[in-house]
Write a protein that binds this ligand. Structure first.
Ligand code: 4AD
Ligand code: MG
Length: 431
């Protein structure tokens, strides 16, 4: 079907075009009807004058209801006052499906549960449209960044025989006569791939059976996980900083209008430039104490602690060397203080919490065997992983960046549920 997209109208001023889309809104003013038609690339005001169209067209314009699908044919006019800068003087309308009955999502306020149950329709509204556009650019920025640095994309499996990030958030699935788990992270496989290709990354969905309802947790989320052979903790921090700068830069360059729709102030994003502050866990604990937050010795930070840390800085902050006991089994202990792990979390500004977790991996066979036993992980399932320490072990490291938390921060959205097309959360799997 021949059609012109709203985003291309500037190339067709004075010409007759057909825009195919859905009716976002309409206003009737005497002998003129204003149809706001959206087609996915934008919205155009289409003006129907009773005196200039055939009676059936005039009737169609008056009867069209919200979200009816239609094609409008008319002449493109530049008009600075019109939304988007262009307007259509309509000659003809073809209604594909007339919506009878009220469209569930009206301009009035709906509760979030209602909107979530109508997620398949909610996606059409302006804010949701803007968020998914920004998300797509973030995904592209991630790929461009790693591809540009010579990383090889290596896909990790979804069915896995064992836990990577602790046994409490595993989704168990039947796998013929065995049990399997949905992947929590592709990291261990990327470690194998890094020993084959040097610099690799995987990028895909990961699963956590999170029993808590928070605004930062999904049960299915997307994570990018680079892994680099011959890398140490500082290299990992540098790589993560570069990635986040690239993401923010690309969004600022391409999505000013979408950020405006989201009422997201771009000023704090403009401050996301290197170098990011780097503080140790111990320094963060002292900073928190000054702000009246007590962290029990050796404990991880809670969400309010992360918010307090982020408020102290104007850009993302890298917090390194957490107590080894609160971190995963694969972390390398700090030779200067083995109670600490050579790990790093990046905490986003403005209270959006941890967006990156990673670090340097334990490269000693003996140490890993001990940790696997301490964590009561099934050794058989990790034999292959231990092989990596038997055959050419090297210092290496990497991290995972969660796409949804990154989108939430950059778009300035309270809850991660709006940052993924169809969110999966505790007891929520519809639509
Ligand atoms: O800190 P995490 O658990 O780290 C790992 O999985 C490492 N194996 C990554 C690696 O080193 N290759 O998760 C990394 C990031 C978090 O910082 C967060 O952004 C995101 O993944 N994340 C979640 N996002 C949404 N919902 C959840 N339940 C998440 N859990 C982690
Ligand atoms: Mg983490």
């Amino acid at each position: 079907m021949k059609q012109t997209y709203v985003s291309q109208l500037q190339d067709h001023v004075g010409q007759e075009v057909t825009v195919r889309g859905w009716l976002y809104n309409s206003r009737i003013k005497g002998k003129i009807v204003f149809l706001l038609v959206r087609d996915g690339t934008g919205t155009v005001q289409s003006v129907v004058s009773q005196g200039e169209v055939a009676p059936p067209t005039w009737e169609a314009a008056n009867q069209a209801t919200q979200e009816s699908s239609l094609s409008v044919t008319g002449t493109v006019r530049a008009d600075a006052r019109a939304p988007g800068g262009h307007e259509l003087s309509v000659k003809g309308i073809e209604v594909h499906q007339l919506v009878t009955g009220e469209y569930p999502i009206t301009p009035k306020e709906h509760g979030v549960d209602f909107l979530m149950r109508h997620r398949h329709l909610w996606l059409r509204s302006k804010r949701q449209h803007a968020i998914l556009r920004v998300r797509a650019t973030i995904v592209r920025a991630i790929r461009d960044y790693f591809d540009g640095l010579g990383f090889l994309l290596v896909d990790a499996p979804i069915f896995t025989p064992a836990a990577c990030e602790g046994t409490t958030t595993l989704f168990e699935v039947g796998y013929f006569d065995e049990k399997a788990y949905l992947t929590q992270s592709g990291q261990l496989y990327m470690e194998a791939a890094a020993m084959a290709h040097g610099k690799v990354y995987c990028f895909g969905p990961t699963f956590r059976a999170e029993k808590s309802k928070t605004r930062r947790h999904l049960t299915e989320f997307w994570m990018v996980e680079p892994e680099v052979a011959y890398a140490e903790l500082d290299d990992v921090m540098e790589l993560a900083q570069g990635l986040v700068c690239r993401i923010v830069g690309d969004v600022l360059a391409r999505h000013r209008e979408d950020l405006a729709v989201l009422e997201r102030d771009p000023a704090p994003l403009s401050r996301v430039v290197p170098p990011f502050p780097r503080i140790s866990y111990d320094e963060a604990v002292r900073l928190l104490a000054e702000k009246g937050h007590v962290v029990e010795p050796g404990n991880d930070f809670g969400a309010p602690d992360e918010t307090a840390i982020s408020e102290h800085f104007d850009r993302p902050v890298l917090v390194h060397r957490y107590p080894a006991q609160v971190k995963a089994f694969y972390m390398k202990p700090d030779p200067a203080d083995p109670t600490k792990a050579l790990c790093v979390d990046m905490i986003a500004p403005e209270g959006y919490g941890e967006i990156v977790g990673g670090g340097q991996r334990a490269d000693s066979l003996l140490y890993l065997e001990q940790r696997i036993a301490e964590h009561r992980l099934p050794k058989e399932a990790f034999e292959w992983y231990l092989d990596l320490r038997k055959y050419g072990s090297v210092p290496h490291g990497g991290f995972g960046l969660g796409v949804e938390r990154t989108v939430a921060w950059i778009c300035g959205i309270e809850h991660v549920r709006e940052t993924i097309p169809f969110p999966r959360m505790l007891y929520k799997i519809y639509p």
